[in-house]
Design a protein around this ligand. Structure first.
Ligand SMILES: Nc1ncnc2c1ncn2[C@@H]1O[C@H](COP(=O)(O)OP(=O)(O)OP(=O)(O)O)[C@@H](O)[C@H]1O
Length: 351
């Protein structure tokens, strides 16, 4: 096996912001702490996390715009671009002038940058606006300029913050196609995205940031099941811990209501290898008692079919609802082709 080449290393990195508590006083707020992970050459890495988790702070760190307050970042590359954040633009200058500056900052000669500028203008579809100050642009136009610059002035590491979420449908399609070409080349791409579909399509690896710390890293399929369940539970001030699942299953558990320590839920489970699930059994370990209940309706509701159009909900899925208790632990077994196997286990706690 060829050893993967590290392009960025984060060693116990932490960043704080000063937040004002009164007119004279401020306190340190640690937006990121204890981050340790590596980025490898040529990979596409997705950064996932809820609002306020620290994703933008992490991107700014990776781009060198801010420095860690403790720990260290080692860059084994010269050109990291945060174009897509549009953070580097001088808004008094035009799209053309900003493209030129970006090229020079990335180490291109003036001649080479000028050669690429018309391609940037054409790709961005900004037309005459390209010659106007960036401060007159809408946020979608800024994102289009940023994306186009990044695509033509190929840095070694491309950082993208939700850029594909802006712009009209035809620009989005075009951007996604070009980005896929970059991903298939040896460019390293780090992308922040809330879209499960986009991350599944584009990224090989995910770093899940939760409350400023790395909660988990892994393949998109390993992360999303737990991430989605956690997102649902955290809306109710609850968290899912000790989450373990069998990779050939997809799960979605959503909360219908939460009252007096009892969670009414809906659950859908799908065998991703198209093995028929005969039944799903929930075992609950609460106060040394073991309770169990069986989920036995064979197909999902139209709601789930609409949410996951790519999944096969026929024989391979089981769907039902029930009640779970907070401060309790669950093991879920599937009987699949006559064989009983543990497919998911977790506990529910108050945050
Ligand atoms: N300049 C700042 N001063 C004080 N606190 C800040 C500053 N910037 C960010 N924070 C705080 O740091 C935390 C992380 O913010 P960050 O913008 O990195 O999160 P995020 O994951 O990108 O969020 P979102 O998805 O909402 O954009 C948040 O709690 C935020 O309130």
């Amino acid at each position: 096996m060829i050893a993967k080449e590290k392009i960025i290393e984060l060693k116990d990195v932490a960043v704080y912001y000063k937040q004002k508590t009164s007119f004279f006083k401020s306190k340190k707020y640690w937006a990121l702490s204890g981050l340790c992970f590596d980025v490898y050459k040529g990979e596409t890495l997705a950064i996932l996390g809820r609002n306020g988790a620290g994703k933008s702070t992490l991107l700014r760190l990776l781009a060198g715009i801010i420095k860690p307050d403790s720990g260290s970042i080692i860059h084994h590359t010269k050109s990291v671009s945060l174009m897509a954040l549009a953070a580097g633009f001088d808004t008094n200058l035009s799209g053309r002038e900003n493209s030129l500056i970006s090229g020079m900052l990335l180490g291109y000669s003036k001649k080479n940058t000028i050669r690429l500028i018309d391609k940037i203008k054409q790709f961005s579809e900004l037309q005459d606006f390209f010659e106007h100050p960036v401060k007159t642009y809408s946020s979608g136009m800024k994102a289009r300029l940023a994306f186009s610059i990044a695509m033509y002035l190929s840095p070694d590491v491309l950082l993208i913050d939700e850029v594909l979420g802006v712009g009209d449908v035809s620009f989005k399609d075009k951007a996604e196609r070009v980005l896929e070409d970059k991903i298939n080349s040896d460019m390293t791409v780090i992308i922040v995205s809330h879209s499960e579909k986009q991350v599944n399509n584009l990224a090989e690896r995910v770093v899940w940031i939760d409350g400023g710390v790395v909660r988990k890293t892994g393949k998109p399929s390993e992360i999303f099941s737990e991430y989605n369940i956690n997102s649902n539970f955290s809306t109710y001030g609850l968290k899912v811990v000790d989450y373990k699942f069998k990779e050939d299953y997809f799960f979605q558990i959503s909360i219908e209501s939460y009252k007096n320590g009892r969670v009414e839920f809906e659950c859908v489970a799908i065998n991703l290898e198209n093995r028929k699930i005969d039944s799903l059994i929930f075992f609950e370990t609460l106060n040394d008692d073991v309770n169990f209940f069986e989920l036995d309706s064979p197909t999902a509701t139209p709601k789930y079919k609409k949410m996951y159009p790519d999944l096969d909900f026929s024989d391979y899925s089981r769907f039902n609802g029930g009640v779970m208790n907070v401060s309790s632990a669950y093991s879920i077994y599937a009987i699949c082709d006559g064989i009983k196997e543990e497919v998911l286990s977790f506990s529910i706690e108050k945050v």
